[in-house]
Design a protein around this ligand. Structure first.
Ligand code: HEM
Ligand code: HEM
Length: 235
């Protein structure tokens, strides 16, 4: 393997935002499944615990955290001063050009590929746009079903999001679409983790660890000079 160096590639803000998004998605999936079909009760008949209201409350709080985290991550991807990385995590022209090669790499038709600073092109060109589309569907169908007010009763989701029912073909199919999110995000997560494990195993570049520590092994010629701390790792 080419001469590689250890480079700090991910800022702690990006690492934190990733794991916040993953955690709230997991809680949204769990509480959503419970709302869909309650699978446990608590307390006694004489003194029941209002499990469903706690579950719904947790679902809505996590929904708010998900929306804010995704918006902050998008803003930083385009406008941050420390690492505006949308070209390395989104469907940029650079990533579109690299997609066919990446597909053959992940289909074991080739062993090498051009340098990917962050995400692999399969994730950034296919999965990331899908994630953003399903975040939008989650928000629209979720707020339509919410049927309540917030911001001190200044906003009413029925007024703001009532049209979503027409778009998705009525109340029940809107709820069904929202329910499918559980399986969709599960599939996206599984494919994403599989691609990360494969990249880490085949390239031995610490891709997995890069989302925990921020450090990754990169070919020396791509290692940033200015400000980057480099510890030489001789292969
Ligand atoms: C991000 C914004 C989201 C909002 C505003 C939201 C809101 C809601 C609301 C209002 C309900 C109906 C609650 C009820 O019937 O009492 C609901 C149910 C549900 N949510 Fe979400 N949710 C969001 C994201 C998600 C995500 C990302 C998932 C999956 C990973 C999810 C999975 C579910 C499921 C499975 C149900 C039950 C649907 C059913 O009754 O079959 N939600 N959500
Ligand atoms: C459905 C849930 C998930 C979503 C939507 C998601 C989304 C993302 C996004 C957008 C990135 C690029 C962001 C950045 O570089 O800052 C990323 C990178 C990464 N994620 Fe996730 N993720 C999910 C679940 C997971 C899980 C469960 C793991 C591990 C157990 C994981 C491990 C990683 C790793 C290692 C990277 C770095 C990949 C690279 O640089 O090539 N992700 N993820």
């Amino acid at each position: 393997m080419a001469d590689r160096v250890l480079v700090k590639q991910r800022n702690w803000v990006y690492i934190l935002l990733h794991w916040i998004i993953v955690s709230v998605l997991a809680i949204l999936a769990f509480t959503g499944l419970y709302i869909h079909r309650p699978f446990f009760t608590m307390g006694t008949e004489a003194d029941p615990v209002m499990v469903m209201s706690w579950i719904r409350w947790t679902h809505f709080i996590c929904a708010a955290i998900l929306i804010e985290s995704v918006l902050i991550r998008l803003e930083l991807a385009f406008f941050s001063h420390f690492d505006a990385d949308w070209r390395d995590i989104g469907p940029s022209r650079k990533m579109l050009k690299a997609l066919p090669e990446a597909l053959s790499f992940y289909l074991f038709a080739r062993n090498d590929h051009r340098y990917w600073r962050k995400l692999n092109p399969v994730k950034s060109v296919i999965l990331v746009p899908l994630e953003l589309l399903f975040y939008l569907i989650a928000i629209l169908t979720g707020f339509a079903m919410f049927e309540g007010t917030f911001f001190w009763r200044t906003t009413d989701t029925v007024v703001l999001f009532g049209w979503v029912y027409d778009l998705f073909g009525g109340q029940q199919s809107t709820r069904n679409w929202h329910y499918y999110l559980f399986w969709i995000f599960l599939m996206i997560g599984v494919i994403h983790v599989y691609l990360n494990i494969l990249r880490t195993a085949r390239q031995r570049d610490m891709t997995f660890r890069s989302m925990l520590s921020g450090w990754r092994l990169v070919p020396r010629k791509y290692a940033p000079i200015k400000g980057a701390s480099q510890r030489k790792k001789r292969e």
